[in-house]
Design a protein around this ligand. Structure first.
Ligand code: BDR
Ligand code: CA
Length: 313
């Protein structure tokens, strides 16, 4: 098994992503780092600890408290409508019984990147604030991390929090900007791919039949399915990012650069994907130092669903 950090803002699909990661048996989860996002940071920390207890890992996997506000902006109002007021649907889980970690999420990531230099995968399913803070503290974090897979952004499709922006990218666009221009090896798993893998009533029926070990997840997913009123079902945003950490064939992806809008409030958090082999930068962005700086770093961006069926997992 390979070392990984899961950085999350639980959040219903974040919770399912955690259970999925544990269930694959592929990973050695070194830390569950939380960040403010779907609900404020104090609540995601509480939820993260409660989930660790519910999934039986609280003795083994430390849970860390993360950034409570975006890098440079005021705190925003969160995404309670899909996740419930406290982030986990209607659940009121018992608090964790282990002592709280004092190391922050960014500090834990930095420590682990030194301990597992060149081996550590980071999977981020919330705003990228913690990852950006780690990079600010020590830019060499970018080189030591093997791969960062983050759920966020929308390359060629509309947004889900504004007409153009996806929630995680909108929540802290400056963090996305810092991360994609840091030189870290990254894969962006945004709405282009997650909207293709939907959780439906049929999936719910399977979960509800699966016994005690799946009961919490079934209740969470019932809430999530009812909150997302789209007929096609609810997108499996965060679990898909976990899947891509192990197998890119859950998505189709291309090399390119992500540039994120940080200046305009109208289009805040809009992620613009510039394919690596396109003429756009040369032809149209020639005068832009911003684009020149960003296109110096190549990333990998999911553009749709892949050949391997994600929901079969
Ligand atoms: C993202 O926003 C959050 O509400 C979900 O947990 C997911 O990480 C989707 O835009
Ligand atoms: Ca999330």
């Amino acid at each position: 098994t390979a070392p990984i950090v899961l950085d999350s803002d639980p959040g219903i699909d974040d919770a399912v992503a955690l259970q999925y990661l544990l269930g694959t048996g592929l990973w050695d989860l070194k830390a569950y780092t939380t960040v403010g996002g779907n609900v404020p940071a104090s609540q995601t920390f509480r939820n993260g600890r409660a989930l660790a207890r519910a999934f039986g890992i609280d003795g083994d996997v430390p849970v860390h408290r993360g950034a409570g506000r975006p890098l440079t902006r005021l705190p925003y109002s969160a995404a309670g409508e899909f996740h419930g007021a406290e982030g986990l649907g209607a659940e009121r889980l018992p608090d964790a019984s282990v002592p709280e970690q004092t190391e922050t999420s960014a500090q834990a990531m930095l420590r682990l990147s030194r301990q597992y230099e060149g081996e550590l995968t980071v999977c981020a399913t919330g705003p990228l604030t913690n990852v950006a803070l780690a990079l600010t503290e020590d830019p060499d974090f970018a080189r030591r991390v093997k791969h960062l897979v983050f759920m966020g952004g929308a390359a060629e499709v509309p947004g889900n929090i504004t007409p153009v922006a996806e929630f995680n990218a909108w929540a802290d666009p400056d963090a996305v900007d810092l991360v994609v221009s840091s030189g870290i090896r990254y894969t962006m798993v945004g709405l282009d791919a997650t909207h293709g893998w939907r959780f439906t009533k049929d999936h719910l029926a399977v979960l509800e039949d699966a016994g005690e070990g799946m009961a919490l997840t079934a209740r969470l997913m019932r809430y999530y399915l009812e909150a997302y009123t789209e007929a096609a079902g609810s997108p499996l945003h965060d679990p898909l990012a976990v899947g891509v950490c192990a197998d890119e064939s859950f998505v189709t992806a291309a090399d390119g650069t992500v540039v994120v809008e940080c200046a305009s409030e109208l289009t805040r958090g809009k992620t613009v994907f510039i394919p690596y082999d396109s003429d756009y930068p040369r032809a149209y962005y020639a005068e832009s130092p911003l684009v020149a700086a960003r296109t110096a770093h190549r990333g990998r961006v999911a553009l749709g669903t892949g050949p391997r069926d994600f929901t079969a997992d």
